[in-house]
Design a protein around this ligand. Structure first.
Ligand code: UT7
Length: 323
């Protein structure tokens, strides 16, 4: 027998305000056609003034708890993956804990930018496997609209705001690939590439800063590293792309998603794609896509799901889940 971290519930929250590509056309030298053809993005959601990352995270968590049929005090730990916490400290996770009126357990943030959800899910799995927690809420939540340079057409058209959450719980299983739950993970980072995607502010500069990206360079690393990490996780199980029911990739660029799927031998009809509606929501993109895939009746219990993401650091990784 082996303990597995099994998904009990999933949920998401998107801010009300939807911004189509055309919104940028009279502000910048850009077009709906360029944004769509280069990234696959058609629209994105932006927070209202005063709406914060932890507020969105708490709403996504409430929805995931409802699906799981659990109350906040049934939960042992909250992990929020975010690079845009409300404040420098405390963590967004403790703010979520308070908003859920949760009076027990522990909460902390994980910062691995666009790969944040994969890193957080892997840490939640480790907490469950080591017996430190039985039920964990893992949230990806971001307000990237607060860190965009609205004069840089190469970045500001690409990102959006939102939050997604999953509730996972330890359960004793047989220890085979047929088990439900998290079956394998692979995490990687390489700080030598820290300057191709970063925010040029923070505590040390007494400013928030804005997102700076060498898009082409990040693209090059993404198409090379994402399929590789997904293969590495699958290989740990003796599986290949043929065994995958759903690929749920980080939603940064449709061309990256297509290239990764092709390298893995996965047809696009087995890929959850939300980038057209959400843009790149960084750490929120995978749980948003998982929640959307479940809501659309695509991802079902027993399906083999592969998630993968890459972002600032660079940091990248993958998680294999039997839903
Ligand atoms: O989530 C974290 C990971 N992030 C990513 O995975 C993003 C990875 N990178 C990308 O998705 C793509 O590189 C972009 C979508 C950012 C850009 O696509 P690209 O095909 O690599 O375009 P490019 O940066 O090479 O730019 C091509 C041209 C340039 O003009 P010139 O130099 O050829 O005259 C840009 O100045 O397109 C121009 N351009 C734009 N034109 C209209 C850049 N941004 C825009 C824009 N509208 N918004």
């Amino acid at each position: 027998m082996t303990t597995r971290a099994v998904v009990r519930g999933v949920g998401h929250y998107l801010p009300e305000k939807v911004v189509p590509n055309s919104w940028f056309e009279d502000k910048l030298d850009t077009s709906d056609e360029w944004i769509k053809s280069r990234s696959g993005i058609e629209r994105r959601h932006f927070v209202a003034k005063g709406e914060t990352t932890s507020q969105m995270a708490a709403k996504a968590a409430s929805n995931a708890l409802e699906m799981a049929g659990l109350e906040p005090d049934d939960i042992d730990a909250i992990i929020v993956a975010t690079s845009t916490a409300d404040l420098t400290f405390p963590s967004a996770a403790t703010m979520v804990q308070a908003q859920l009126n949760m009076t027990r357990g522990f909460a902390f943030d994980v910062q691995a930018v666009c790969a944040g959800f994969v890193f957080a899910l892997s840490q939640a799995n480790a907490l469950i496997l080591s017996g430190q927690a039985r039920r964990v809420i893992v949230i990806g939540a971001e307000t990237f609209s607060n860190i965009l340079d609205w004069t840089d057409r190469g970045t500001c058209v690409l990102f959006g705001d939102g939050a997604g959450a999953v509730v996972i719980e330890g359960e004793e299983m047989s220890g085979t690939n047929a088990d439900r739950g998290i079956l394998a993970t692979d995490l990687q980072s390489d700080g030598r590439h820290r300057d191709i995607l970063y925010v040029n502010g923070g505590v040390s500069t007494q400013s928030t800063g804005t997102l700076q990206m060498q898009g082409k360079e990040v693209f090059r690393h993404a198409v090379e590293k994402l399929a590789k990490t997904a293969h590495t996780s699958l290989e740990k199980l003796g599986l290949t792309g043929d065994d995958v029911d759903w690929m749920v990739p980080h939603q940064a660029n449709l061309r990256i998603i297509k290239s990764t799927a092709q390298k893995m031998g996965i047809d696009m009809d087995r890929v959850i794609v939300t980038v057209q509606d959400h843009g790149n929501t960084s750490a929120a993109s995978i749980p948003l896509a998982l929640s959307t895939g479940v809501e659309q009746g695509k991802i079902k219990p027993g399906d083999l799901v592969v998630t993968e993401a890459i972002g600032g650091g660079l940091a990248w990784g993958s998680v294999i889940i039997r839903w």
